[in-house]
Design a protein around this ligand. Structure first.
Ligand code: ZN
Ligand code: ZN
Length: 441
């Protein structure tokens, strides 16, 4: 049976303690098509927790955070994000942060001031948290090639100058990733084999992940946003060998031919998606899948909806995952009924309103719509089958009403059972459009 050593992980007795903090996530459903394909009929939406991780280096007591979830105060975001969140909220999309990471740390007996470094997997708002709640002694570590432009110097930036100033900021250099673990370029963070940083771009340039040794022979891989659904890395031939898929799942999903598949069921969407570079993201996902097949490595991405309720969370540690059998519970959980893309609420009762909510739930898709500060059009991806209809209904974005004139010549229809399109619409003040299927399907 292949061991972790076969992946090129140097042997070591040095370990780190890893604790998972569930920071809270979107209070509404996310459109699966933005994160994966193909979307299985009936599973067009998904939920997503937001995990951040507290890490303590056993030899030195040094404390790290890998990601911070989202900050609590919306007014603390740079204007570009505030504007985006206002639009999201008005469209029915919300992220709930009852307690942020510093509060959760405090509650669990960890003074945020004792955190030596925060490592950002990447610069998205659900990972960067609120650096101002950490003292200037807390270093910020970011990946190679991450865009470090900040507001106000760059007005449209999604990062704040105050995230960086007054503290040591270390942008890792690819030159330092001198190890190879699996197929990843890796960096030995504490120089003792307890914690490796893996170069994992694709979702965003500079995206990095962490491989922590939690016992001398077992590891936790903190995968950030390398992928958003475990079907994007499973199954693989090696995974089948180590973790055979339970018969009841195979029977219930005969059409997917899971037992004979040696490549993941899902992939990165080919069109506009959550992945900045789909090709590189796919390469990173393949590397992740190779490590995921190891019986000695537990993969925990930031938004795996099958994880809550299975693992122990902060202030408990995840170090004993292997003894506790979590990998056996988690490996095929993404195929359990109701977990395929996690929820099927839209199947039977698709009212127009519901579809509209779904359509507009992800304003990430509403891009290329601004000219300066003015909204001039919308690009929208639908999650519904081909026969999407357009109709005019009162609708409000922000505090303004608009009319959206669909320009059918500009609609691009994708191929496949679950079609999507990106459309451009001229916007005139005073009236509006609703996109959706008028009746239940
Ligand atoms: Zn992200
Ligand atoms: Zn994320």
């Amino acid at each position: 049976m292949p061991s972790s050593l076969d992946l090129g992980i140097p042997s070591s007795q040095s370990i780190a303690t890893v604790k998972a903090i569930n920071v809270g996530g979107p209070s509404t459903l996310l459109p699966a098509a933005f994160f994966l394909e193909p979307v299985r009929p009936g599973y067009e939406t998904m939920t997503a927790p937001v995990y951040a991780f507290f890490i303590e280096h056993s030899a030195t007591g040094k404390r790290l955070m890998f990601d911070l979830g989202m900050r609590k105060d919306q007014e603390g975001f740079p204007p570009a994000i505030q504007q985006m969140l206002t639009t999201w909220r008005d469209l029915g999309f919300g992220i709930v942060v009852d307690k942020d990471v510093p509060e959760k740390l405090q509650e669990g007996g960890v003074d945020p001031a004792t955190i030596n470094a925060v490592i950002w997997s990447h610069s998205h708002l659900d990972h960067t948290g609120d650096m101002s709640k950490f003292p200037s002694t807390t270093e910020l570590v970011i990946g190679p090639g991450m865009d470090t432009r900040t507001f106000p110097t760059t007005p449209e930036s999604l990062l704040l100058e105050s995230d960086f100033v007054g503290r040591k900021v270390t942008q890792l250099s690819l030159d330092n990733f001198v190890l190879t673990i699996g197929d990843y370029d890796a960096l030995d963070y504490f120089s003792d084999g307890s914690l490796y940083i893996l170069n994992s771009p694709g979702h965003q340039s500079g995206h990095i992940t962490v491989l922590a040794r939690v016992t001398p022979t077992t590891f936790v891989l903190l995968g950030g946003d390398s992928c958003h659904h475990m079907g994007q890395i499973r199954p693989t031939a090696d995974l089948h060998n180590h973790f055979p898929c339970p018969g009841r799942i195979l029977e219930s999903l005969e059409d997917l031919s899971v037992s004979s598949r040696t490549t993941p069921l899902l992939s990165v969407p080919s069109g506009q998606s959550a992945y900045a570079d789909p090709k590189i993201a796919t390469e990173t996902i393949t590397k992740l899948g190779k490590l995921d097949a190891s019986p000695d490595i537990l993969v925990l991405i930031a938004h795996d909806c099958t994880v809550p309720g299975v693992i122990d969370e902060f202030p408990e540690s995840v170090n004993d995952w292997k003894a506790k059998g979590w990998k056996e519970k988690l490996t095929w959980a993404f195929l359990e009924k109701d977990n395929v893309v996690s929820t099927r609420v839209l199947t039977a009762e698709r009212s127009r309103l519901r579809i509209v909510t779904t359509l507009l739930i992800s304003p990430l898709m509403l891009d290329k719509v601004r000219k300066g500060n003015q909204i001039i059009g919308l690009g929208i991806r639908t999650l519904t089958p081909v026969s999407v209809t357009l109709s005019f209904q009162p609708f409000t974005i922000g505090r303004r009403d608009f009319t959206f004139f669909p320009s059918s010549s500009r609609l691009r229809w994708a191929k496949g059972v679950y079609n999507s399109f990106l459309g451009s619409f001229r916007v005139l003040p005073g009236s509006t459009i609703v996109l959706g299927r008028p009746y239940t399907i």
